[in-house]
Write a protein that binds this ligand. Sequence first.
Ligand code: FMN
Length: 345
Amino acid sequence: MYDWIRPVLFKLDAETAHGLTLYGLDVAHRSDLGRFVATPPQDLPTEAFGLHFPNPVGLAAGLDKNAAHLDALGALGFGFIEVGTVTPRPQIGNDRPRLFRLRQHEAIINRMGFNNEGVDALVRNVLKSSYRGVLGINIGKNKDTPNDKAADDYLFCLERVYAHASYITVNISSPNTQGLRDLQEEATLRRFIETLREAQERLGSQQGARKPMLLKIAPDLSEAELDSIASVLLAANVDGVICTNTTIDHSAVASDPHGNEAGGLSGKPLFVRSNQVVRGMRQRLGDRIGIVGVGGILDGSDSVEKMDAGAGLVQLYSGLIYRGPALVAECVDEIRRQKETRDAG
Ligand SMILES: Cc1cc2nc3c(=O)[nH]c(=O)nc-3n(C[C@H](O)[C@H](O)[C@H](O)COP(=O)(O)O)c2cc1C
């Protein structure tokens, strides 16, 4: 079905198409036409950071920033859904246009800037929805909060979302909030993560249910920076890491009319680099810490390659724009096929 809708959507401005698609998914879901949108895959049960997933293919953060479309997205067969990034207070994000398709590269550049309705609105939406699958809530800081106060914003969001999330992602890797990625610097990160880890354990005891906390990192990190992040994750016993967010390296798309737009690049050109980060993190972390691999998965074999690099779970975003929701089942089926072949051999 997506094959004939896509040319229409691609004639529209990317953000208009995005809104229209989500609206269409909601309408289809409510009118029971959802089964024509995508056939969900058979289960492929997967365990990671103490949680059970019906399959290892999830929706990446940023597509449903306010958790406003959980029911419709939940019907597409994802093994888990991550919503957000959400900030303490609502913010409008950067001026439009701020989302660009680079079609010949199967890529996207975005500089959305954490546009969202604020954490309280997100929680209200989660409570209204009937989605009962694994839910990640991705948290960030407001644009006007200085980095030395950033931990307060993350703590504020962590407290608000803790009871409603299956896991929480701490996003310090968006290139579209000035200075955010500086939080990845070792000494700053150590203090920051310790503060959040204490709150995570305190909330877990108070609420009688401990929720895993994951850190989402950038692909634009040197080997030395990966060393220091890995050492912080190990020392603080963080549950998991999501590799990676979008890249600021646009060299692969320099020839594209939109190649020089400011923002983070995702999709096909990110695939190799994000896999390198997954592999590098797996080598540094051993089996102690779960890795979610995200970046440039455009077909089933890409998802297998991402798992082979060391990810226990994968996530999709740009691939959904280019391939539609059928990509979810394609990835699950290919991961299953590879697993069966290997188990048999
Ligand atoms: C339009 C857009 C908005 C995004 N917003 C967020 C966000 O709010 N928080 C976040 O952690 N990642 C965000 N991302 C990054 C994705 O979650 C993902 O890490 C990245 O796009 C790489 O995966 P992909 O190549 O499959 O798209 C966004 C990506 C896109 C394309």
